[in-house]
Design a protein around this ligand. Sequence first.
Ligand SMILES: [Zn+2]
Length: 92
Amino acid sequence: MEYKRNCPKCGKVLYYTNKHNRNAIEKKGTLCMSCSSVIKNKKHGNNKKFIERYGTKGNNTGTDNAFFGKKHTKISKQRRTKRYSIPRTQRK
Ligand SMILES: [Zn+2]
């Protein structure tokens, strides 16, 4: 026999093989897989580090690239060139 409950968010019917399991999950108000993953994504959507790390994965070109259209300023470029042109032993 199957035990079912509805996702509190989208109303999708979820089946459980175990009554105890179903009741425990119902008590918690757990959402279905797709709803809970949306919430997870939203959570990470506010996480800058997560976006930097995974946000551009697989489509790191064109407008999808977070760095698209931006340029390093001349100053920071020069700074870096200067820094790395100095041998490691002579760096302060
Ligand atoms: Zn749902």
